[in-house]
Write a protein that binds this ligand. Structure first.
Ligand code: BDR
Ligand code: CA
Length: 323
C-alpha cells in the first residue's frame, strides 16, 4: 500500500501525541497537515504542543494550523486537566519549537489540502469535530473531495466516558458531530467499544522510556499523568489507546472483526442523551442486512495486541523521518 495522504485533526492531548507519533513513524502515512481544535486543551495550546512534538521528532515540515477555539453552540470552558494535565501533555515541559503555527486556519488548511490531493486525502479526527463541521459549512462538497474520514469518538454499545451515554469528543460538540455524520460520507468511527479494550501497560511505557530518542522519552514521561487517571478505571497504572487506534484503523494496521455499515445519529437535545452516538444496530439480529441510509462504520471488534504493535512501531519506525 502506498503512503496515504493524511490531514490530522487533534486536541493534543496525551493520546493525541501518541497518535501523532504513530503517523510520523509509519511509512503508510504521508502527514500533509495538522489542524488543532479545543478539547483536552484549547486549540492554540494544542497547536503549540503539536509543534513542539514535531520538532522533537524531526518532522518540522508538517504545517500545523490553529483551529476552532469555541464549539458550535458554546464557548470553550477549560479542557480536561485531570486527564491530560494542565498543559494537555501531562504537565511535562517540552523544548519549544522554533516553528510557528501556520498563518492559515485549520479549516483553510484542510480545504486547501483536500483540493491539492485530488480526492486522495484521508481525514483522521481525534478531537471534537468542530473544525470538520466548520469546513463542511464552507464546502458542503468536502465528502466528494476526499478519500474518507476516520474519527475517534462515540460509544455504540457501551457506556460513555463523560455522561452515561456520551464519549468526550462527541460530548464536547454534539452539533459538530451531528453535522459530520449527516454530511453524505461514510464515517469510520473508532468508539470506546474498542478503544477501552486496548490498554498500554507499564512495560510498554518503560520500553519507550528506555529508547535512545528524546521524542519517545518525552512520550513516556507524559504518560505518567495519564496513567494515574486510568488507574481508577483499570486498577493499575496503564491507559486506554483511544486516538492511536483510530490512526491504526485508518492506515489498515489492525484486523477488524466487526464494523457493520449502519445509520448513526448524534443526539443534540439537551436531555440526558446529549452527545450519544445512536448507531442503529437492530439489524444485527439479522446479520446487518439493512444498509439503507447508512452513514457510519462503527468499529466494534478488533483482534491482536495493538498497544504492543504501537510501541514496536514507535521504537522501530518504518518511515524515514525518524531513522
Ligand atoms: C477522547 O477524548 C480525549 O480525552 C482523548 O484524547 C480521546 O480523543 C477519548 O474519549
Ligand atoms: Ca483526542
Amino acid at each position: 500500500m502506498s503512503a496515504r495522504p493524511i490531514y490530522f485533526d487533534c486536541d493534543t492531548g496525551v493520546d493525541d501525541a501518541l497518535a501523532l507519533a504513530y503517523l510520523i513513524a509509519s511509512d503508510k502515512a504521508q502527514l500533509r497537515g495538522i489542524g488543532t481544535v479545543s478539547g483536552n486543551t484549547d486549540s492554540a495550546t494544542a497547536a503549540r504542543n503539536t509543534l513542539d512534538l514535531l520538532q522533537l521528532a524531526g518532522a518540522t515540515n508538517v504545517p500545523v494550523a490553529i483551529g476552532e477555539r469555541d464549539f458550535m453552540t458554546r464557548s470553550y470552558d477549560g479542557g480536561a486537566p485531570h486527564v491530560h494535565g494542565a498543559n494537555g501533555i501531562g504537565n511535562i515541559v517540552l523544548p519549544k519549537s522554533t516553528t510557528e503555527p501556520s498563518a492559515e486556519s485549520a479549516v483553510d488548511l484542510l480545504l486547501r489540502l483536500a483540493h491539492e490531493a485530488e480526492g486522495k486525502l484521508h481525514l483522521i479526527a481525534v478531537g471534537p469535530l468542530t473544525n470538520i463541521a466548520r469546513a463542511l459549512e464552507r464546502e458542503p462538497r468536502l465528502p466528494e473531495l476526499v478519500d474518507g474520514i476516520t474519527i475517534m469518538g462515540g460509544a455504540a454499545e457501551v457506556p460513555g466516558n463523560i455522561t452515561p451515554v456520551a464519549e468526550a469528543n462527541i460530548a464536547n460538540d454534539p452539533e459538530a458531530a451531528a453535522a459530520v455524520f449527516a454530511a453524505g460520507w461514510t464515517v469510520t468511527m473508532v468508539p470506546l467499544d474498542v478503544t477501552m479494550t486496548q490498554v498500554l501497560e507499564a512495560e510498554d511505557r518503560e520500553r519507550l522510556a528506555a529508547s535512545g530518542t528524546e521524542f519517545e522519552q518525552a512520550l513516556a514521561q507524559m504518560l505518567g499523568h495519564y496513567f494515574e487517571f486510568y488507574r481508577e478505571i483499570y486498577g493499575r497504572a496503564c491507559c486506554a489507546m483511544h486516538d492511536p487506534l483510530a490512526v491504526a484503523v485508518a492506515l489498515g494496521d489492525v484486523e477488524i472483526t466487526s464494523a457493520p455499515l449502519v445509520r448513526a445519529q448524534v443526539d443534540t437535545t439537551n436531555g440526558p442523551g446529549r452527545g450519544q452516538t445512536i448507531c442503529d444496530l437492530r439489524a444485527k439480529y439479522r446479520g446487518y442486512p439493512d444498509q439503507s441510509r447508512a452513514n457510519c462504520r462503527p468499529v466494534l471488534g478488533i483482534t491482536g495486541d495493538f498497544p504492543s504493535q504501537l510501541t514496536q512501531l514507535l521504537l522501530e519506525p518504518t518511515a524515514q523521518v525518524l531513522s
